[in-house]
Unconditional design. Structure first.
Length: 582
């Protein structure tokens, strides 16, 4: 084997890994919009969870990617530890699909149909179709299909290049002696584990094993222990991904490791006993591409059959070995592992944004209570806690969504990310204005300033209108309730008019000597902050309505609501009557 064969081998491996990565990532992105539904519907039952893991891994061609996603889902609270166990088991079986696809290279026959089944025959056609779709189609979906086909074609070209490069090893005695050494079950298992740990992909390491099998120097006695070791090596990715996660996420990664180590240990012992006692002749035969695929699938199925009934025990062992922390553990709401599945990343971002919005609403209601019913230390503390929390939420969500937007995501996902970014900014400002209202209440209390009875009645009417607009706004965002959104803009108009009317009445009271200047300053601050809260509510409702038709800018949308909505004037009139000042 000369330097040119080595370079061909390296180039083939590079193409193989690149094609697998491109194809897997694109398949993952296209399937991402369905993963939320699949995971929520099919993982409640252990058997369906197993099928989910098998199906997802068969699609994205990587058990490591599936397991990393599962760790991320558990870390973010989208999946329980118990649900993750069956999915992980299914992923181990699903990853064997790649070996079956690669085994097509070993098909022999003279008929046209048989020849067309060989990758060297149909791969160029797929590559041509992929190039046409990728270069000449504007549809994002068609471009992704083209990328998938190009990734698959690159993978198969890489596999063929590796096979051609190592074919010369058929006559090399040292190469044959190397694989005779791997017929020692422990050494073979160790070699498979190390190779897979380096590549971080059992599919890739099985592909390399199949490429080497074309030399005819690898027996089933050497191939089977190597395949067993690959299951242990693939755990490295999940273990690395669990660093810095919640306890349950660490437990999910541990279950993956325990499942593969226990399964490999049991069946390696069984294999060694069969080899030593019965010495079956098949172990000395040359391993073929399809034979390696059969062994890979059979081994993973046997591991699942062995340990599936003990999934509850695996969960208990994981909880025992990774105990709960004594101190409260920081909850990682937005795990960066979710970025590989934009649909789930956006859904989790939306959940956290809704929680943020609901807390902003709570802050407004507590501030209203402080203004109208007297100051409470507990309420004041809670309002400030909410303000700190919403600041943190805005930082976490915006950072996460910016990272997501930098990836290749669809137009719909990009639009939703932009909507959430705008809404969390408004929610954070609502919490800020709630603190301002609290400070006005504290100023009234500290300086012993009393609002006149008429001013207090008018403020009560305004605060009730504020409570209603915040209620409709949160319903608009959290439930995507467009009917609730139509109430927000008329109410915002009414609140603006109420603010102006109360301010005019206050000036009249000042002129008649029925109110103090100090009270007037505080009342003016209160009116300004209430108006600002209603403005932010209007922004949030407009964002949701904009995302529904995806056509108008925020300000255009607001103007359109006012000018074209036939119910707008009617609703505004109804709210003017409901919140009329006496």
């Amino acid at each position: 084997m000369d330097i040119f064969n080595v370079l061909s081998l390296i180039g083939g491996l590079a193409l193989f890994m690149f094609g697998m990565n491109v194809m897997g990532q694109t398949l993952e992105r296209r399937a991402g919009s369905s993963l939320q539904l699949i995971l929520s519907k099919l993982t409640s039952n252990r058997f369906f969870g197993f099928l989910t893991g098998l199906g997802v891994t068969a699609v994205i061609q990587s058990s490591s990617a599936t397991t990393v996603m599962v760790v991320g889902f558990v870390n973010s609270g989208l999946m329980s530890l118990r649900q993750s166990i069956s999915v992980i088991m299914g992923a181990n079986v699903g990853t064997t699909v790649t070996a079956w696809v690669l085994s097509l290279g070993g098909i022999d026959g003279d008929s046209l149909f048989i020849k067309m089944l060989k990758p060297t025959s149909f791969t160029p056609i797929l590559a041509l179709i992929g190039v046409i779709l990728y270069l000449f189609c504007k549809s994002e979906k068609k471009k992704d299909v083209g990328t998938i086909l190009l990734g698959f074609a690159t993978l198969m070209f890489g596999m063929n290049a590796m096979s051609d490069a190592v074919a010369v090893l058929e006559e090399v005695e040292g190469f044959r002696q190397l694989f005779i050494m791997f017929e020692n079950p422990f050494l073979g298992m160790l070699a498979g584990a190390v190779l897979t740990a380096i590549l971080q992909s059992s599919s890739a390491s099985v592909g390399i094993l199949q490429a080497l099998a074309v030399t005819g120097q690898i027996s089933y006695g050497a191939a089977i222990p190597i395949i067993m070791g690959q299951n242990i090596g693939t755990c490295v990715t999940a273990m690395l991904s669990s660093v810095g996660t919640t306890k349950n996420a660490k437990r999910a990664a541990f279950v993956h490791l325990a499942f593969n180590v226990l399964g490999t240990a049991v069946w390696l012992i069984v294999f060694s006993i069969i080899r030593g006692v019965f010495m079956p002749a098949i172990l000395s035969e040359e391993a073929s591409l399809w034979g390696i695929a059969v062994c890979h699938s059979l081994f993973n199925v046997l591991c699942t059959v062995l340990l599936f009934p003990f999934s509850g025990l695996l969960e208990k062992i994981a909880c025992l070995l990774v105990p709960d922390a004594k101190a409260p553990e920081t909850y990682s709401e937005l795990d960066e592992r979710l970025l590989v599945t934009p649909a789930l990343a956006l859904e989790q971002s939306r959940r956290l944004a809704i929680r943020m919005a609901e807390q902003s609403r709570e802050a407004v209601l507590l501030a209203k209570n402080a203004l109208l019913n007297g100051l409470s230390k507990e309420d004041a503390k809670r309002i400030r806690e909410i303000e700190d929390t919403t600041d943190r939420y805005e930082d976490v969500i915006s950072t996460f969504l910016i990272k997501l937007s930098s990836r290749q995501i669809g137009d719909a996902e990009s639009a939703e990310a932009a909507m959430i970014l705008r809404i969390i900014g408004d929610c954070e400002r609502v919490a800020d204005h709630s603190v301002n209202l609290l400070e006005s209440a504290e100023e009234l209390d500290e300086k012993k300033i009393s609002l006149s009875e008429s001013a207090l009645r008018e403020l009560t009417v305004l605060c009730n209108a504020l409570e209603e607009i915040v209620f409709h706004t949160i319903a608009t965002f959290s439930k995507h309730d467009l009917a609730a959104a139509t109430h927000v803009e008329p109410l915002e108009e009414v609140i603006d008019k109420l603010k102006d009317e109360i301010r005019a009445r206050h000036i009249a009271r000042l002129q008649s000597g029925n109110c103090t200047v100090e009270a007037g300053f505080v009342l003016s601050d209160i009116l300004t902050n209430i108006e600002r809260v209603s403005d932010h509510c209007s922004n949030i409702a407009a964002c949701v309505m904009e995302s529904d038709d995806n056509k108008l800018s925020l300000h255009e949308n607001t103007r359109t609501i006012r000018s074209t909505d036939t119910d707008f004037d009617v609703q505004e009139h109804q709210y003017e009557q409901k919140y009329a000042l006496s």
